[in-house]
Design a protein around this ligand. Structure first.
Ligand code: CP3
Length: 337
């Protein structure tokens, strides 16, 4: 197995910078669209042969150094007795929502067998892949925002209202999600994933002190419980949270483009970093794209080790050819030792 990605996760510098992309499997790819025309997204996630095939598509087409399991962060909710739907053009829909302490009883005891398709997909993939497989879950906080809001939102009004009015119950909800997430990721590891990424997509909406109270302790415990494989923590708007993120002890910290990777290398000394190209740089000219990619590669070399990625998922309008050229550019780039 090509293991440059895993070496970089462990802080070892390899001959070239390993690269993979968040949302590397998806609608920007004609191969994906072909399957997606026949099945809806949830059916694709729930059919191990299809989920495995779609996971492999970007590995074959782009030549990336790691695969990420094809699934969604919301799948875990089905094992907790909460229904999820993906509505065309509108995104995810979660029901029923939990907005007060009395709603907490809605959550059922975790029935992980209900989502056995995830582990079956992993088992199929470990036989077929020649690069490491990344498993993933939402952070307890990001999952909680979906349970409370019922879908994607900009302002997180209900989440913050709950948090600032019934903080004990909010903590209870976080604990339930922490335990479910730990069991879910441990089962992914048992099924064969080589690393896990925790998506804390929405943690950046909190003030640093609320992050410290409502998010940090849960992430810290979760990371400690998962240490059998490298743990990547992805968070947006990292700069303001730097002091807290340092203490999480994740094996890799995945950063977005709102922080310069040079500054991140300085702030997070001795910390392997992942990131941090603006995904929309892939929509501009090739010259601008490679200029930005080169800067990230040069400055990323200042970190303990660096895994190239985007600061968020691949945009649907991205050209596959352009993305492939970017992978080749990264692999051919000779960094100064
Ligand atoms: O990265 C990968 O290739 C692995 C698969 C993956 C998906 N979602 C597939 C997906 C991963 C790791 C996710 C994570 C995820 N899902 C996050 C965290 C990361 C992030 O993007 O911030 C979040 C917030 C979700 C929830 C979610 N799922 C939303 C908001 C949407 C709708 C947005 C959209 O693009 O339509 C999804 C759907 C989704 N998840 C798709 C894919 C490929 C699109 C499905 C389709 O219509 O074909």
């Amino acid at each position: 197995m090509r293991n440059d990605f895993l070496k970089a996760c462990r802080g070892i510098k390899t001959d070239y910078t390993p690269v993979w992309f968040m949302r590397q499997a998806g609608r920007y790819m004609p191969e994906y669209q072909k399957i997606r025309k026949k099945y809806d997204f949830l059916t694709m996630c729930k059919t191990p042969e299809i989920a495995a095939e779609v996971t492999l598509q970007p590995v074959k087409v782009l030549g990336v150094d790691a695969a990420i399991l094809f699934s969604d962060i919301l799948i875990l909710l089905e094992a907790m007795g909460i229904e999820i739907k993906f509505i065309e053009e509108k995104g995810p829909h979660v029901s029923p929502t939990i907005r007060t302490s009395s709603d907490l009883k809605i959550i059922k005891e975790l029935n992980i067998d209900k989502i056995d398709f995830v582990f079956e997909t992993i088992r199929i993939l470990t036989k077929e892949l020649d690069v490491p497989l990344i498993g993933f879950a939402a952070s307890p906080f990001t999952l909680v925002t979906y349970i409370i809001e019922g879908g994607s939102t900009k302002e997180f009004v209900n989440t913050k209202k709950f948090m600032f009015s019934e903080s004990d119950s909010f903590h209870n909800l976080m604990s339930i999600c922490e335990e479910a997430t730990l069991r879910y990721l441990l089962k992914q590891i048992k099924a064969g994933v080589h690393a896990v990424q925790i998506f804390d997509t929405w943690a950046g909406i909190l003030s640093p002190s609320d992050y410290e109270i409502f998010v940090k302790p849960y992430i810290k415990r979760l990371i400690e419980g998962l240490k059998i494989v490298p743990v990547i923590y992805f968070c947006s708007n990292t700069a303001g949270l730097a002091n807290h993120l340092k203490e999480l002890n994740s094996d890799v910290l995945s950063i977005d483009w709102r922080i310069d990777i040079k500054d991140a290398a300085h702030l997070f000394k001795d910390q392997p970093l992942q990131g941090n190209l603006d995904p929309l740089a892939l929509l501009g000219t090739e010259e601008e794209l490679f200029k930005r990619a080169e800067k990230i590669l040069v400055d990323g070399n200042l970190a303990k080790s660096h895994i190239f990625n985007l600061g968020h998922g691949v945009n649907i309008n991205t050209s596959v050819e352009r993305l492939k050229k970017l992978v080749d550019f990264i692999h051919e780039f000779k960094r100064e030792v």
